[in-house]
Design a protein around this ligand. Structure first.
Ligand code: GLA
Length: 383
């Protein structure tokens, strides 16, 4: 089979939020050739690739402790004895895209060599290896006193180098993360939207934490950023299904996360052992309606509350309005939303639960009762 069979130029770089896989939460720095190939094969055999998850990204931990004598970055020879170009070829042969990680300073977050002073060289190396996606972290090893503006310049420059060597590369970066909560956050996001395909706007997840506070905190944090999202550039909430199911998350937690990510049009990068995903989790990740909502290209911009229940809305590509109801209060609570508030002009409407397919009839208003932290993703259409 020729190495690139299954890959078509027209699907890359994607104009919609990237879907794929990332090694980080499941394997940390324990990634090897065998681990990556197994996950790539599972992506195909599980049907996830056919559902759209097509980019296999190696996160931190792939590189050797030192650069090669030529100054080039090199894969860890113990973990990747046949090298990164060979691995990229294996992933491409499965019809998938291949991604690598580096950092903007001298060291990665795991204290391995990163790209400072080597932006052009590393961009050339990645292009020569057939790397389709590059994630650039905002980690240690920057000169003391580096300002947010200077850092923005470094990220812009690295992006230009990456594109010069591979015009089709997807550039994912973390510039805004260290600016969260500071006045420099919005400028970092604004700049990122001009030169990157995706930029992290949320801190790392802790997969072992209770899921709902982490997931739901993104609702108000990311909503004001909707104007920066559009074809080819997306606010990135971080990976999905982090270490699921070993994380202890329930299926409801996973569905809540996917609901929020889909409403926010975030990239969907699975970070679990695909072989350990139970059928119901696989079905959630493959849910075509959730994927269509994520890939519709619209990030939700409207939010309204009734009692403890908040409702986020955006047009549903399958018709009507997609509404994410969330109980952000304490204890079980009910929200009552006039249909007009949900963008519905008729007196009656019907609701269809995106996860269960259950339907409900709404007369004048949608009344929704949820337990604390519970969410419901509903397509509301005129009846
Ligand atoms: C940072 C990033 C994570 C991951 C790790 C790797 O914490 O935010 O997504 O890449 O570094 O060390």
């Amino acid at each position: 089979m020729p190495p690139d069979e299954g890959l078509t130029a027209s699907d890359w770089p994607p104009s919609r939020p990237v879907m794929g896989y990332n090694t980080w939460y499941q394997f940390r720095t324990g990634i090897t050739e065998a681990v990556v190939i197994r996950q790539a094969e599972l992506l195909v055999s599980s049907g996830l690739a056919a559902a759209g998850y097509r980019c296999v990204n190696l996160d931190d931990g792939w590189m050797a402790a030192e650069r090669a004598p030529s100054g080039e970055l090199a894969g860890d020879p113990g973990k990747f004895p046949r090298g990164m170009a060979w691995l990229a070829g294996q992933v491409h042969a499965l019809g998938l895209r291949f991604g690598l990680y580096t950092a903007i300073g001298t060291r990665t977050c795991q204290n391995l060599p990163a790209s400072w002073d080597h932006y052009d060289q590393d961009a050339a190396t990645f292009a020569s290896w057939g790397v389709d996606f590059v994630k650039v972290d905002d980690c240690g090893g920057l000169p003391p006193g580096t300002t947010a503006a200077a850092l923005t310049g470094h990220f812009r420059e690295f992006g230009a180098c990456l594109r010069r060597h591979n015009p089709d590369v997807v550039y994912s970066q973390e510039l805004p993360i260290h600016q969260i909560g500071k006045p420099s956050f919005l400028p970092a996001v604004r700049a990122s939207a001009r030169f990157a395909h995706m930029w992290r706007v949320a801190h790392d997840e802790n997969p072992l934490d209770s899921a709902s506070p982490m997931i739901l905190s993104h609702l108000s944090a990311v909503l004001p950023l909707h104007s920066f999202a559009g074809p080819g550039h997306w606010n990135d909430l971080d990976m999905v299904a982090p270490k699921y199911p070993a994380s202890g998350w329930t299926l409801a937690d996973l569905r809540s996360q996917l609901s929020v990510w889909a409403m926010e049009a975030s990239p969907l990068l699975i970070s679990a052992d695909i072989g350990a995903l139970p059928p119901d989790a696989l079905a959630a990740l493959k849910n075509p309606h959730m994927i269509a909502l994520d890939q519709s290209g619209a990030q939700c911009s409207t939010m309204t509350a009734s009692g403890p229940v908040t409702a986020l809305m955006k047009p549903d590509p399958a018709g009507g309005t997609a509404v994410l109801f969330v109980n952000l209060g304490t204890g079980t609570g009910t929200g009552r939303f006039p249909l007009a508030q949900l963008g519905i002009t008729s007196a009656r409407a019907s609701g269809r639960d995106v996860w269960t397919g259950a339907t409900a009839a709404f007369d004048g208003e949608a009344s929704v009762t949820l337990e604390e932290g519970q969410t419901a993703l509903v397509q509301v259409t005129e009846a």
